[in-house]
Design a protein. Structure first.
Length: 330
């Protein structure tokens, strides 16, 4: 396993991270969650990503029990705030953030998280209030560093203008061979302000594993076959995608890696990317994903990938789900 620094922080993380979005929060039981987490530690993965809204706290609660068996200094823990936790609890107001960080820490059985993200930008709250709330969380020692997920450039710039260059260290966008939208604006802006990318869905919801074949039913037990876990497939499952992904298979074979490992190595080729967040429903998937660390792709391989995919990748700036434009000021 190789490790990278996040932004201008002193956080050193495994470049393969383990996340808990649609797996541990919805489709995977506790025993399997524990097995996947222990497999991650065995493979050198030290970076774990969750959010308060994943399973309305259940993902945090599971990891609170599992990770508390390990020394706190042995792993880097990230969680997020913004999403609905009840009919009246959501967003990035000062009161909500004070309430939600304490609830997250209680579920996670720790006195601090290493990285605390705004899951989305809150256009209903003055950005000054949000920034001040994050600064309080850091000043109180409840989070070491702050990040944002799927903020628009105008929102990033507004927050950084208030906070200064040191508060934010990480951006968490969707990014994969099939979804390259952040390259257009977010990567360059983030690099200028000392912010690294910690990307989600680098396997495009599993499509880049190559297991979904054109014209055939989704495999039983796969994420795409589970209505609860397949809600976000339409983001990347467009006409021609599955055929293009099959053209990647021989490229991976020539390198002696799996299509999934090829996709993870592709995302990690960018110096702006500190880590890729992977999901897993079985320990063997964790081990296979971890093996992508250190795989280097030469110029010829990168060119072959682009040729295989043709024009199916999203390259223009596209707002993520639940993103609203605009910035409120006091």
């Amino acid at each position: 396993m190789q490790y990278r620094k996040i932004g201008d922080s002193d956080l050193e993380v495994s470049e393969i991270a383990l996340g808990s979005w649609v797996t541990f929060a919805g489709g995977v039981g506790f025993d399997t969650t524990r097995a996947c987490t222990e497999a991650a530690f065995d493979a050198g993965i030290t970076f774990f990503d969750t959010a308060n809204m994943y399973g309305r706290g259940e993902a945090e609660r599971a990891w609170g029990e599992i990770l508390s068996a390990h020394p706190r200094d042995d792993y880097v823990l990230a969680t997020k705030v913004w999403g609905p936790m009840s009919d009246t609890d959501s967003g990035l107001s000062g009161a909500q953030m004070a309430k939600q960080i304490d609830a997250s820490l209680e579920r996670l059985r720790t006195d601090h998280v290493d990285l605390y993200y705004a899951h989305r930008f809150d256009t209903t709250v003055p950005v000054e209030e949000t920034v001040e709330a994050f600064q309080r969380v850091v000043d109180q020692g409840k989070a070491r560093y702050i990040g944002f997920s799927e903020w628009l450039p105008e929102q990033i710039e507004a927050a950084v203008e208030i906070a200064g260059p040191e508060l934010f260290v990480a951006s968490q966008p969707q990014y994969s061979m099939l979804w390259r939208a952040p390259e257009a604006e977010v990567f360059g802006l983030s690099e200028r302000i000392g912010v690294s990318q910690v990307v989600w869905s680098p396997l495009a919801q599993g499509i880049l594993t190559g297991k979904y074949l054109p014209g055939e039913p989704f495999p039983a037990g796969s994420r795409a076959a589970d209505p609860e876990q397949a809600r976000f497939f339409d983001l990347v499952l467009r006409p021609g995608v599955l055929e293009a992904v099959q053209r990647l298979v021989p490229i991976a074979e020539d390198l002696g890696v799996t299509p999934a490992q090829l996709a993870l190595a592709w995302a990690l080729r960018r110096s702006e990317v500190a880590a890729v967040i992977t999901g897993a429903s079985r320990p063997e998937q964790v081990r296979a994903n971890a093996a992508a660390s250190g795989v280097e792709l030469d110029a010829a391989t990168l060119a072959a990938i682009d040729t295989a995919l043709g024009d199916v990748a999203v390259t223009e700036p596209v707002p993520a789900m639940y993103v609203k434009p605009g910035v409120m000021h006091r």
